[in-house]
Design a protein around this ligand. Structure first.
Ligand code: FMN
Length: 178
């Protein structure tokens, strides 16, 4: 079993997929992990749309590859489209009182759960923010009132060994207040 620390190192943005299809049950396991994420006032302001067939996958690619971006998605067989749902009234009011946008944080935490579960299941993911929201609404039939936050490319990775992480040193991002 992969330890949590190893899983953190294993999860990386996968930009090289074998092109093999992925069992829908594996994708649903990722969504279940996303479902179990914490959220402000347990509001759970997210919805996942899963695409796991070539016709719809191509529609998603069309929506994330403008200006020659995300070309790696050509060989990615499956995608999750993540929308932000209205927070519960309690969470919405509490966030406003504190001048925060908790729902957006909540979606991010949930997406992290999805990606970590995928890594644990031997799948690669890449979170994609470079997307044409209007086109996704239109091509995938996602209701216009749902704010599309992210797409998650999901598939079998070519690389077996994770890259080393490029990150700021811990001293730069953390101050221990004494
Ligand atoms: C909100 C968000 C949007 C992102 N959008 C893209 C994207 O459109 N295309 C892409 O290739 N990577 C995208 N990434 C992946 C980041 O580039 C990547 O997470 C970062 O460079 C760290 O690398 P790692 O994920 O391999 O550890 C995105 C990541 C996040 C969190």
């Amino acid at each position: 079993m992969t330890s949590f620390s190893d899983l953190i190192l294993k999860r990386e943005s996968c930009r090289s997929y074998t092109g093999e299809s992925v069992d829908t049950s594996l994708l649903m396991k990722c969504v279940d992990a996303a479902r179990l994420a914490p959220s402000a006032c347990n509001s759970q302001p997210w919805k996942y749309y899963i695409v796991n067939d070539e016709k719809n996958a191509q529609s998603v690619r069309d929506c994330i590859q403008h200006n020659n971006m995300n070309k790696f998605a050509d060989k990615c067989p499956a995608f999750a489209i993540v929308t932000e749902q209205p927070a519960t009234l309690k969470a919405h009011i509490a966030a406003q009182v504190h001048s925060q946008k908790w729902a957006q944080n909540d979606v991010g935490i949930s997406v992290a759960h999805y990606c970590l579960q995928a890594a644990d299941s031997g799948l690669g993911t890449c979170i994609i923010g470079w997307l044409d929201e209007d086109m996704l609404h239109e091509k995938l039939g996602i209701p216009a009132e749902e704010k599309i936050r992210l797409v998650i490319a999901t598939g079998k990775p070519v690389e077996a060994q994770p890259r080393s992480k490029v990150r700021k040193p811990i001293e730069e991002i953390c101050t221990v207040i004494k």
